[in-house]
Design a protein around this ligand. Structure first.
Ligand code: AHR
Length: 502
């Protein structure tokens, strides 16, 4: 059996984890809203038409912040159509997903839903087909107390108190040719700077996210980051990253090696941020908002078909990836990568939350948890605290296009308040178990609270409404002595080891 050794010392800290690391995303896309979080008439809908069973799972995941309303959708979104009396709202054509948007669920409904879900809103403005003035009007509607055109409009619409939305995205994926109103880097640099400047004049307490490249392989990456930040650096607080992975080649080992690409992506983006900081002689550090991340590939063929060859409809089945066990491992690896960058990644949104590339799926008969639900749940529940820098000695294995990669990828989160230490580890060696020792001597006394494992002999195992093939198990095979913890990390497994300190 292979051997892996991890040393964790409570003095070696990366940074406290921002709660917004466990954010997610609801877009007007497919069945995320209509038939997802909102389904009036469904037996489980509450008085506002929100599905109670969905809300229950969202709350179980403890999602602190949810990005809304898109995504590609936002780049031709007319927010005014989504507010006010229902009988006056009119349907619009959503060109991003070739869908009929009925506007029966809008900003006010989302704010109400987010409150029930115990989540803050991360709002995106349309910098595609609209611009600075409309973004300002929306902010005035949301955050200004009263006495102005848009704050009074909100009050007329029955919302006396401002929504006070603190986090705003300046558009979405503006470099993407698929985006309505896409921009060159020079154009986006200017419009985001001017919009950011104006929005902060309306409410100086808000935080702004500038669009980074749509993904790492965009031809203009990382020049896009360098040019746009050079323009808007003084007005924005975060730079966004988006990245989806998939096992298109059906090569499990190579698939799981892609978390190394994510690591490199973050590293490069940080280098650009720090280059612009140095160039501007700025004292301000730019933080990252990884506001779209996940596995997305199963549904890609279906998406081409539905967006191009179908009639206009509301709530079609779009981007409904059914996730496998190996996808859950990949999501676990991505979570570990994000946590290990807690010093600079302050916001991260699993894209998305319900039905659309999502951990939560709805059907007429109920809701079910996809495989990827579990690593996200574990990280959200036990990944809050301070990330510690672990020192790892582990083997390597060969992969198709990534060369040699490490077997075990891990992170450790120290929650001083709860006196807990949690180690998250993926053994991405698909052929061999690992004999793991963890040196936690710096913590003194401890006891093992539990070890949770996600493991399945079938990498392609999926969950469904009727059968949950992939779910966490408790592994009691953990021993300790002289400050050293010993256990086995099964081949292809997600592991959560929780210790109570003192
Ligand atoms: O999350 C699905 C889509 O992926 C979003 O609308 C877009 O921002 C990204 O390309």
């Amino acid at each position: 059996m292979r051997k892996t050794k991890i040393i964790i010392d409570k003095a070696y800290r990366v940074a406290p984890v921002d709660n917004r690391m466990f954010g997610s995303f609801i877009e007007h896309l497919g069945r995320a809203v209509y038939g997802g979080i909102y389904e009036p008439g469904h037996p489980l809908a509450d008085e506002d038409g929100f599905r109670r069973d969905v809300l229950e799972l969202v709350r179980e995941l403890h999602v602190p912040v949810i990005r809304y309303p898109g995504g590609n959708f936002v780049s031709n979104f007319f927010w005014e159509d989504s507010v006010g009396p229902l009988e006056k709202r009119v349907p619009r054509l959503d060109l991003a997903w070739r869908t009929l948007e009925p506007n029966t669920f809008g900003l006010g409904e989302f704010a109400k839903w987010a409150k029930k879900a115990d989540a803050e809103i991360m709002m995106a403005v349309n910098l595609g087909t609209r611009g600075t003035a409309d973004a300002c009007n929306l902010l005035e509607y949301c955050n200004h107390s009263s006495g102005t055109k848009y704050s009074e409009l909100r009050r007329e619409h029955g919302t006396e108190e401002p929504y006070n939305i603190k986090l705003w995205c300046l558009g979405n994926e503006m470099d993407g040719p698929w985006q309505l109103g896409s921009k060159t880097m020079e154009e986006y640099g200017r419009i985001s700077a001017e919009t950011g400047k104006a929005m902060k004049l309306i409410d100086s307490s808000i935080e702004l996210v500038s669009c980074g490249s749509s993904f790492k392989d965009m031809p203009t990456f990382p020049q896009w980051e360098a040019v746009t930040l050079s323009e808007n650096y003084d007005y924005v607080d975060y730079l966004s990253l988006h990245q989806y992975y998939g096992n298109e080649k059906n090569d499990g080992a190579d698939y799981l090696a892609q978390s190394d690409d994510m690591e490199e992506f973050i590293h490069t983006v940080l280098s650009v941020c720090d280059y612009v900081k140095a160039k501007k002689r700025s004292k301000k550090t730019m933080y990252l908002s990884f506001d779209e991340w996940n596995v997305w590939f199963h549904s890609k063929a279906q998406e081409e078909d539905i967006t191009r060859n179908h009639p206009w409809q509301t709530g079609p089945h779009l981007l409904e990836d059914h996730y496998t066990f190996e996808d859950a491992l990949m999501v676990g690896l991505m979570l570990i990568t994000l946590l290990n960058h807690a010093d600079r990644v302050k916001i991260a949104c699993l894209a998305q939350l319900v039905n659309v590339i999502a951990p939560i799926m709805t059907e007429e008969g109920g809701v079910w948890r996809q495989t990827i639900y579990y690593p996200f749940l574990h990280a959200s529940l036990y990944g809050r605290g301070t990330v510690l820098k672990t020192v790892t000695d582990t083997g390597v294995h060969e992969t198709g296009s990534h060369g040699e990669v490490t077997d075990v990828v891990n992170t450790a989160v120290y929650n001083e308040e709860r006196e807990e230490l949690t180690i998250f580890a993926v053994n991405r060696n698909l052929a061999e178990d690992q004999e793991l020792t963890i040196d936690v001597r710096s913590f003194g006394e401890f006891r093992v609270l539990e070890k949770l494992v996600l493991v399945n002999p079938d990498l392609k195992a999926e969950n469904s409404l009727t059968e949950e093939k992939v779910r966490p198990e408790t592994d009691t095979n953990v021993s300790q002595g002289d400050g050293i913890l010993r256990t086995i990390l099964r081949k292809a497994s997600w592991n959560v080891i929780r210790l109570r300190l003192g």
